[in-house]
Design a protein around this ligand. Structure first.
Ligand code: NIG
Ligand code: FE
Length: 427
């Protein structure tokens, strides 16, 4: 009999996210949440060792006085969310821009006038590593309190060799300090910094010849991303930067077709990117090319909501055409100031007509694929990390339905239980 350090039992529903389909889920498989009623999950050494009906699991597992037994009756258990697109490290919030946008000034106009990303660059450059770590930790706490256990985290507010490295080192330090797992992405091509305004080719050369080789050599990032957008980096420039990143062994992501139909989604397909993100203005050809090339579409409805846009990505069309879709917060101080994945699920259901099951698959197993980590996280399966969230609901559909509130009961991550139970065994 297997021994176990922790068992969650009697759950009204355990959503394992298991499916017959391997790889990222598509079409009707995006409805496969793998429900077990009266379910249990057993954990040992931070890994899942059994999942099934409570009776079956209890029959397989040896329980002793060291086993921490959590009764989840009248609750639902899910794998932790994988928030596969975030910009969590920043030095200052930008609520003045929020108010300007409400009063009618568009995001791109604020950016062109020196606000936007450039404003975050100015404040980040004068902040120390220690300050950035301290500012980001409570944001990670908030993410975890809403059920997120893994995030992808981007640089991109430094835009100089030293400041981009500083951001990636902050992400590395946060990974050591916080239970959440952070997957680092280099986003030196987020914007052309002010001092290179009239010398954009020189900045691109700096990225290609200095930043990417240094980031790759020091293994500070797993992915390289770019803001491929009209007025930021065009298709040709994006191809050059991402080509260099690929040559240095970085995996690729793109901010694509967010504000205009520039064709970033097609470039993602051409370059074999792991994901293309945003996609508000993608066309049918872009969807087809991404599908053929196995690129995941990461949808960020929080950025549409946060910018007051009326266009949301065509999620229904993507799913119906067979493109695997993932969801993320895009947490950042400019366009999407939220750490809450449940809020993103509500938007996905209401604004993009995804079903609750599709939205959950998109934020767990598919978002795990979008960060190339599905071997480890994204579903409740034997051998994967025991990243579990116990929800104060009777039915998983309540999570997107009951919006704007936190229905998380407890998060199990890295052998800790948050918030800690009275008398719980940390095993
Ligand atoms: O994902 N699109 C580019 N980057 C962010 C916004 C960053 C900012 O405004 O600070 C986004 O929406
Ligand atoms: Fe983003």
């Amino acid at each position: 009999m297997k021994s176990s350090t922790l068992i969650v039992k009697n759950a009204r529903q355990v959503l394992t996210m298991r499916s017959d389909q391997d790889g990222p889920r598509t079409r009707e498989h995006m409805e496969d949440v793998g429900i077990i009623e009266d379910g249990a999950v057993a954990v040992s050494e931070g890994k899942i060792v059994a999942a099934g009906k409570t009776k079956e699991v209890l029959g397989q597992i040896k329980i002793d006085d060291k086993t921490n037994v959590i009764n989840a009756s009248n609750k639902v258990v899910l794998p932790g969310f994988v928030d596969c697109h975030t910009h969590p490290v920043f030095a200052a919030t930008r609520e003045e821009e929020f108010e300007m946008r409400i009063k009618g000034r568009p995001y791109q106009e604020i950016a062109a006038a020196g606000g936007g990303i450039k404003s975050s660059v100015r404040t980040l450059r004068v902040a120390s590593k220690q300050e950035l770590v301290e500012l980001t930790l409570p944001r990670l706490d908030r993410m975890m309190s809403y059920g997120t256990t893994t995030i992808e985290a981007k640089s991109g507010y430094g835009l100089s060799l030293d400041d981009e490295i500083k951001m990636l080192e902050v992400i590395e330090e946060l990974n050591r300090l916080h239970p959440i797992d952070l997957i680092p992405t280099f986003l030196g091509a987020h914007e052309i910094p002010e001092e290179y305004k009239d010398r954009r080719d020189e900045y691109i050369r700096l990225i290609v010849e200095k930043m990417i080789p240094e980031v790759a050599k020091r293994k500070l990032a797993v992915f390289c991303d770019i803001f491929c957008e009209k007025g930021v980096f065009d298709i040709e420039e994006s191809r050059k930067i991402l080509g260099a990143a690929k040559g240095h062994g970085l995996k690729l992501k793109l901010h694509a077709d967010q504000l205009t139909a520039l064709g970033g989604s097609k470039l993602a397909a051409e370059l074999g990117a792991v994901s293309a993100d945003h996609l508000e203005f993608i066309d049918d050809e872009g969807i087809e090319m991404m599908k053929q090339a196995g690129v995941i579409g990461v949808l960020l409805p929080g950025a549409c909501f946060g910018l007051g846009m009326t266009e949301y990505p065509p999620a229904r069309k993507m799913i119906d055409q067979g493109l695997p879709v993932a969801l993320a917060t895009d947490f950042n101080p400019g366009s999407s100031m939220t750490e809450s994945m449940p809020m993103i699920l509500s938007m996905a259901c209401l604004m993009m007509k995804m079903s609750p099951a599709e939205a959950l698959v998109a934020s767990t197993i598919n978002s795990a694929h979008a960060v190339d980590s599905a071997e480890e996280v994204g579903s409740i399966e034997v051998g994967k990390k025991a990243d579990l969230v116990i929800w104060n609901v009777q039915d998983y559909r309540e999570i997107p339905y009951h919006y704007g509130v936190n229905l998380v009961h407890q998060v199990i991550k890295k052998r800790g239980i948050f918030p800690q139970d009275e008398g719980a065994n940390k095993g």
